[in-house]
Write a protein that binds this ligand. Structure first.
Ligand code: MG
Length: 347
């Protein structure tokens, strides 16, 4: 009888845990059925003492196993585009000639949407910060196409991750690694080095790409030095396949191409045609929305040359729709989760 019970509880435990959709649900169900199973097995092996010990062991082991299974299920649901995520339309404002509508997504084509890149990572949620470890990890958890960061090189040739040239009174390109690594971000983290973020990417099992912006330093030699150091760090981490490069500095773009001729490199400054950039070995344009409105023909020109088109920084529905219809390949946004839901998934 007890053996039958043990078998029955094992079966119930297995079926229940497999169906758990969240970490919490898995932990609770795991602890409950684990306790029951443990007490039965404990009784078989050691009478009433065994019953009690088995119950305790079952709570701990079942709870941990359930939490792990629930977490895995939660994460894979998120990767598939979880049904628990619901798109909430934001307040509409009229932009250009586009009148406000209630449901833009319904008017979009059903496939070949632009892919989403999180601008400076997913930094708007609580506990995150621009260009932080948290922002990278949260962007990867969204399972979007890419997450962008900005990098500077220090005097002693460390590649630091930050948007502005200076932070808390320290100008990164004039400072040392020791000075920069002490700087505290808005979420309490210390300023990351590029290699810190590459390590986090290596641990992630998804395929979110790093969109690595080499900032324009005071002179072009330092921009180029930063570009080469960034490429070396990416190569060392063996993350070439998951990294694309962007820069306002044409010299940095060319330096990246020379350091890794296979790398995808896009120019940010909005003032050059795709053809002129391809002659330098670049593979894409990554332009402000105003530049693409001025030169919408550059989208087709880029595509005809086998180059891709990214647009920045687009944070509202009208402009997501406008750029998606224009045919851009990527949209860089401060609202990655909303944009992903709005565009309705992957290409
Ligand atoms: Mg940037």
């Amino acid at each position: 009888m007890t053996m039958k019970k043990a078998f029955l509880f094992s079966l119930v435990l297995l079926v229940t845990l497999t169906g758990c959709r969240t970490t919490e649900q898995g932990a609770v169900n795991g602890a409950y059925f684990g306790s029951a199973l443990g007490s039965v097995i404990g009784s078989i092996l050691g009478g009433s003492n065994g019953h009690n010990i088995g119950s305790v062991v079952g709570v701990v082991a079942g709870g941990a196993t359930g939490a792990a299974i629930g977490h895995r299920n939660e994460r894979s649901a998120s990767r598939r585009g979880s049904t628990t995520l619901k798109y909430q339309p934001q307040e509409h404002t009229t932009v250009g000639n586009l009148a406000p509508q209630n449901n833009y997504a319904a008017t979009l084509p059903t496939e070949n949407h632009a892919l989403v890149i999180a601008h400076r990572g997913e930094w708007k949620s609580q506990g995150s910060a621009q260009n932080s470890r948290a922002s990278l990890q949260r962007a990867m958890a969204l399972d979007i196409w890419g997450t962008e960061i900005d990098v500077w090189i220090t005097q002693d040739n460390h590649v630091m991750v930050n948007h502005d040239a200076s932070y808390s009174g320290i100008t990164i390109e004039n400072a040392t690694y020791q000075e920069c690594k002490r700087l505290q971000l808005a979420n309490g983290e210390k300023m990351p080095e590029l290699s810190d973020l590459l390590k986090l990417m290596k641990r992630d099992k998804g395929n979110t790409r790093l969109v690595l912006e080499v900032k324009s330093h005071k002179d072009v030699q330092r921009s180029a030095a930063c570009a080469v150091a960034a490429v070396q760090a990416v190569k060392k981490a063996k993350l070439q396949e998951r990294t694309v490069y962007i820069s306002f500095s044409l010299e940095a773009c060319v330096a990246i191409h020379k350091a890794d001729p296979q790398a995808e490199v896009a120019y940010l400054n909005g003032d050059r045609s795709p053809m002129s950039l391809q002659k330098l070995g670049l593979t894409g344009i990554d332009y402000n929305i105003k530049a693409l409105r001025q030169h919408p023909e550059w989208v087709e020109e880029a595509h005809n040359l086998g180059m891709n088109v990214n647009v920045w920084t687009v944070d509202n529905e009208q402009e997501w729709m406008e750029m998606d219809r224009l045919g851009v390949d990527f949209i860089t946004t401060n609202e990655p989760a909303r944009c992903e839901l709005f565009l309705g998934g992957q290409k």
